[in-house]
Design a protein around this ligand. Structure first.
Ligand SMILES: *[C@@H]1O[C@H](CO)[C@@H](O)[C@H](O)[C@H]1NC(C)=O
Ligand SMILES: *[C@@H]1O[C@H](CO)[C@@H](O)[C@H](O)[C@H]1NC(C)=O
Length: 211
């Protein structure tokens, strides 16, 4: 504020007064702008962005007896970015991934526990590896036909559906996070060269009111 108090005595008094007044207005405007920016940083929520950075499927066998089940081995690398520059995110429920084939869930994987905090501007990377000898899946005849079709090309369409709930710093509302990541996975057999995976951006469901 020094510039407001000291003005050269060589300047006529009236001019000096208007310079001081302009200076005070300038500072007031700067303070108001800073307050507005800070308020915006804590009220306007930027939603997370979620990307599947890498994925590989090394087994995907369907068995129909004793029950319809998949024997599979799926590894995923998921990155979650908090794009807010002031608000951190706290998971108020466990954040989970459901694996689906032809819209039927065949497994669920925990990504982060309830209570986990992700800071502002931080990106977290999670590696999920899950395999099962027999994971129940309720495929109807259309689902089995689709499996057989995809099994011919060894490229399987697997959907990763994410769900959780978060709260943001300085906000009371808890917000559901739901996203789907559609993957096209080329089956890799041991000993063959790894398949190049192209990143997939997960689609976030429309946020609820106030979120
Ligand atoms: C699952 O696949 C990964 C590589 O894709 C491999 O390292 C791991 O040993 C496999 N797990 C089983 C139980 O086959
Ligand atoms: C999938 O294809 C493999 C060979 O490509 C075959 O051995 C297997 O029996 C097929 N599975 C089903 C359920 O059709």
């Amino acid at each position: 504020m020094r510039c407001c108090d000291y003005c050269c005595r060589c300047i006529p008094y009236s001019t000096r007064e208007s310079i001081q007044r302009a200076c005070i207005w300038f500072w007031l405007a700067a303070v108001v702008a800073a307050a507005v920016l800070a308020a915006a940083a804590f009220t306007v929520v930027r939603h997370v962005s979620i990307t599947v950075e890498d994925a590989s499927l090394s087994r995907f066998d369907l068995a129909s007896s004793p029950e319809m089940a998949l024997a599979y081995n799926l590894s995923l690398t998921l990155s979650i970015s908090n794009r807010n520059w002031a608000m951190s995110i706290k998971h108020t429920k466990a954040f989970e991934a459901a694996y689906k084939f032809v819209d039927q869930q065949f497994d669920r994987v925990l990504i982060v526990d309830e209570g986990t905090v992700q800071h502002a501007r931080e990106t977290m990377v999670y590696h999920l590896s899950k395999c099962s000898e027999s994971s129940y899946v309720a495929l109807g005849s259309a689902g089995v036909a689709e499996y057989k079709k995809e099994n011919k090309t060894q490229v399987f369409e697997v959907e990763v559906a994410l769900s959780g709930e978060v709260s943001y710093t300085a906000r009371v509302t808890k917000c559901k996070i739901e996203a789907t990541c559609p993957l096209m996975l080329q089956l890799t057999s041991p000993g063959t060269a790894a398949v190049v995976f192209h990143k997939v951006d997960c689609m976030l469901a429309k946020p609820e009111k106030n979120c």
